[in-house]
Design a protein. Structure first.
Length: 27
C-alpha cells in the first residue's frame, strides 16, 4: 500500500511541476 501511495504522490507532484512549467496548461 505504501508503494502505491508513493507512486500516486510522485504522479501528483509530476503533474504539478508540468503545470508550473506550462502556465497555459491543457484547460
Amino acid at each position: 500500500i505504501m508503494i502505491t501511495l508513493t507512486i500516486l504522490s510522485i504522479n501528483f507532484v509530476g503533474e504539478g511541476l508540468k503545470d508550473a512549467f506550462n502556465p497555459r496548461g491543457r484547460r
